[in-house]
Design a binder for this molecule. Structure first.
Ligand SMILES: C[S@@+](CC[C@H](N)C(=O)[O-])C[C@H]1O[C@@H](n2cnc3c(N)ncnc32)[C@H](O)[C@@H]1O
Length: 331
């Protein structure tokens, strides 16, 4: 039996090897077989068109967990685990009841991993993409942290995005493992104008597991009231300069959402906007963890400095590239 399996892996790996862009055929072969998918020819055809295997299988490992990914979410990258390492270093008390804000949550990989590491923590994930938020919420349920997480639409370039977030009536306590038809999304003005509203969400199943819905809510935070200011702000904003997008690998350019990549003319538009606006959301003792692109360290540190933050630490990814900057309030 084991011999048969090994022959299957070998056979699939040798077919994957014929596709130029596949860098780790053995690994991909195992991954496909483990997924239990039987439409191997279809998978190989999609790989030939440079679609990443994670997008085909709709799953990607990050830290110790599997995250659902779709065409609407950035594939979680191993480099981003540098942020998780950094959070663990700066907040060593695992039982602390931390309040965590993730700006641009995508699959929710950063926020949900932090919530898994800190069992008493609560977190808010925000995104401009409603479809990404649905995936994040689904991941929160499958990782059994949905009762400690809340997801909301928000666009950092809207005028009052910080005030709107601060004024949210946030309910935690979506029951674990249940398929909710009513999700904790709050529509921004922009979303309303594009006809995506919380009411629409109530009419569709956010989850795909087809279970009955019973959405139990409880208002948090254990008598403490407001969520903000947060102890931890994490963000991996889009940081690729617009002109570089065309030259990206096809797997990224054609299959990761443009919204998750495009950092504007110089790649720094989101950092600039966040640096100018996020201060009210952070506790005096809080920390901001930014993922950055290669070579952006000085520019991002300078933008933050101009807005009253001090660089506390910088961490490199496994490739030796500075990937995470940690900021505190200056002074
Ligand atoms: C680089 S992805 C990061 C996703 C996820 N946190 C991760 O690390 O894999 C950036 C995310 O920011 C969101 N985003 C882009 N522009 C935004 C904006 N103006 N306001 C809010 N979110 C935005 C994107 O939809 C995307 O999910």
């Amino acid at each position: 039996m084991a011999k048969d399996l090994s022959a299957l892996v070998q056979n699939l790996a040798s077919r994957l090897k014929e596709i130029d862009s596949v860098e780790a055929p053995m690994l991909e072969a195992k991954w496909i077989l483990q997924s239990g998918r039987l439409d191997i020819e279809e998978i190989l055809a999609r790989r030939k068109r440079r679609e990443p295997l994670s997008k085909i299988l709709q799953s990607r490992g990050f830290w110790a967990y599997d995250f659902k990914v779709t065409k609407d979410t950035l594939d979680p990258r191993a480099d981003s685990e540098t942020l998780i390492d950094a959070v663990l270093r700066h907040f060593p008390e695992k039982e602390a009841s931390l309040k965590v804000l993730d700006l641009g949550t995508g699959t929710g990989c950063l926020l949900l991993t932090v919530l898994k590491e800190y069992p008493q923590a609560f977190g808010i994930g925000t995104d401009k993409s409603l479809d990404a938020l649905k995936v994040a919420l689904e991941n929160a349920v499958s990782l059994e942290v949905s009762s400690r997480s809340f997801f909301t639409l928000c666009d950092w370039f809207e005028k009052d995005w910080v005030q709107r977030l601060e004024n949210l009536e946030i309910s935690f306590g979506l029951s674990e493992g249940k398929a909710a038809k009513e999700a904790d999304f709050v529509s921004s003005e922009k979303a309303e104008s594009s006809k995506v509203t919380a009411a629409d969400l109530k009419n569709e199943s956010v989850f795909s597991n087809g279970q009955d819905s019973s959405c139990k809510k409880s208002v948090l935070i254990s008598g403490e009231g407001a969520f903000f200011p947060a102890d931890i702000i994490i963000s991996n904003p889009p940081y690729i300069p617009t002109r570089d997008i065309e030259g990206l690998q096809e797997e990224v350019r054609d299959y990761d959402p443009l919204l998750s990549l495009d950092g504007g003319k110089d790649g720094l538009a989101c950092y600039r906007r966040l640096a100018e606006t996020i201060r009210p959301l952070l506790k005096t003792s809080g920390r901001i963890f930014f993922e950055i692109g290669q070579g952006q360290e000085e520019q991002v540190a300078s933008l933050m400095r101009q807005n009253g933050f001090a660089l506390e630490a910088a961490y490199k990814d496994l490739g030796g590239i500075t990937r995470c900057l940690v900021f505190r309030l200056a002074g």
